[in-house]
Structures are given as C-alpha cells and as structure tokens.
Design a protein around this ligand. Structure first.
Ligand code: ADP
Length: 273
C-alpha cells in the first residue's frame, strides 16, 4: 500500500468510526426516551390499578348492605310471599351475589398484580375440598339439567397449600364447566396422584374453546367469542387468578379442548413444597 492509499484507508476508517459514534449517541438517546416512556406507562398502570381498587372498595360496602337486606327479607318473609315475589327476590339476590363476586375478583386481581396476596399454607385433603365444592354446585347443575359427578379412584395424600385458594380454583373450573355446557350435558371432576403430584381435572361436554384463542385464555379480562355469545355475564378474571394461585403453589394449569365438543381443564400441584 503506497502513502496515498494509506491516507485514503485512514480517512475511510475515521468516517466509519464517526458513523458508529453517531449511531451509539442515537441509541443512548432512544434508550433514554424508552426508559421515560416506560416510567410513564408504569405510572399510568399504577393509576389505573388504584382507580379500580378505589371503585371496587367503594362498591363493596353498599353491595354487602344490599346482600344483608336480601338475606333478611328471605329469612323472614319467604313463607308469606307469592311465587312471583319469591322469584323476584331470588333474582335480586343472585344478581347481587354476582356483583359481589365480580368486585371481589377485581380487588383480587390488583392484589395478585401487586404480589400482595396473603397465602396461608397448611396440610389439607384436596379430596374434601373438591367434594365440598361439587356438593355446593350440585343445585346449579340440577337446575341446568347437567350431570355433575366427582370421581376419585385413588386414595389421595394431603397436600401442602392454601386450601381456600386451591378451592377457589376448583370452584372456577366447575362453575365455568357448568356455565359453558348446554343443558343435559355432563361435567366430571376427577382427582389423581402420580409421582407426588396431585392433578384435578374438570371435563365437560360444553361449547369448547376455539383453537385460535388457546393462547389467550389465561390473560386478564379475556373472554372467548363463543363464551360471550353463550353467557353474557363474566369478567374474564377467573382463569387469570387461578393461574396465579397454581403458580404460587409451584404447580401447572392447562386445558385441552375441541370446539363444539367439550373441554377438560387441569391443574396439578406437588404434595409438598
Ligand atoms: P369468565 O368465565 O368470567 O369469562 P374465566 O377467566 O373463568 O372468565 O374464563 C375465561 C374464558 O375462558 C371464558 O370467557 C371462556 O371463553 C373460556 N372458558 C373457560 N372455561 C371454559 C369451559 N369450560 N368451556 C369453554 N370455554 C371456557
């Protein structure tokens, strides 16, 4: 390489270097902008959570008062009411309870998001928990003419976890199965144990989940298109909260489904943590 070529090469390298320095400066600036935008989003997210929390808390008290009034009316007057009045009272009571459960879900979501949910761990029988929930939901199943059954073929060991929260997951699964299964269908709850892991499954002959929505089911507020058409009421929070609870127990939650034929929702948790 002669002198002239060397000078040209040096100039070329210097210009490359300048270009790289400019790119680095741009990157730093973009990084700062993104950090600021992210901080803004976090603040907005926090404001939204605070807003939901305040509204939900404000709604909780009047709803509890209404519940108390409905319960009192039911206990003291149900014998004296006409069948039409009884049915109106039941409808009011049920709507009030649905609203309470929606408000509780909203409060719960915020607590889960903030990692502030209190868990009370102890050894408990999952079989007893499942049995109780199935018994409680039997009238709902009969009303919809759905055959609901709990099958447990193995003797299950106790598991270490929060029995109330695990119970709420079972309840979410069975309530969904009853909600999304047409009349005269079937909902079967099963418990099994293998390799120190207990699995609970709820199988139904319901509307199923469209394949295109498989990834979205556990996302916050997500409701399937066919689900919205079948049951207008729903928050899309049950599975989101259930997933948080099962993960906290070191477990797994999943489902299998065939649209129009039925679904099976599963969760499994280790016996000890
Ligand atoms: P919600 O039932 O209030 O809509 P969930 O979080 O419990 O909220 O469920 C989210 C969605 O998952 C439902 O809207 C529905 O699309 C789908 N899904 C849940 N369980 C079933 C089921 N057993 N059969 C069909 N779809 C279901």
């Amino acid at each position: 390489m002669n002198e002239e070529e060397k000078t040209k090469e040096i100039e070329r390298l210097q210009s490359l270097l300048r270009g790289q320095e400019e790119s680095a400066r741009l990157l730093v600036r973009r990084d700062l902008e993104l950090t600021k935008a992210n901080e803004k989003l976090e603040t907005l997210g926090q404001l939204k959570s605070d807003f939901v929390s305040v509204v939900a808390h404000q709604l909780r008290t009047p709803l509890s008062v209404t519940k108390w009034a409905f319960d009192m009316l039911w206990d003291t007057m149900k014998e004296t009411l006409t069948p039409e009045e009884v049915s109106m009272l039941i409808r009011g009571k049920e709507s009030n309870e649905r609203m309470i459960s929606l408000v509780d879900d909203l409060l719960n979501v915020n607590l889960h998001d903030a990692g502030k949910v209190q868990y009370v761990f102890s050894n408990f029988s999952i079989e007893e928990v499942v049995n109780k929930i199935v018994e409680q939901l039997m009238p709902v199943a009969s009303k919809r003419n759905i055959h609901l059954e709990f099958i447990s073929k193995q003797l299950l060991p106790d598991i270490y976890g929060d029995s109330k929260k695990i119970g709420s997951v079972v309840q979410n699964f069975v309530e969904n199965a009853l909600k999304y299964t047409p009349k005269k269908g079937e909902v079967i709850v099963r418990t099994t144990v293998e390799d120190s892991v207990v699995t609970v499954s709820v199988q139904d002959t319901g509307i199923g989940v469209p394949k295109a929505e498989f990834d979205k089911l556990f996302t916050k507020f997500y409701r399937g298109e066919n689900a919205i058409k079948t049951v207008t009421e729903g928050s899309g929070l049950g599975l989101f909260i259930s997933q948080k609870i099962i993960r906290r127990h070191g477990g797994k939650i999943w489902f299998e489904s065939d649209e129009g034929k039925g679904s099976t929702f599963y969760f499994s948790v280790p016996i000890t943590k």
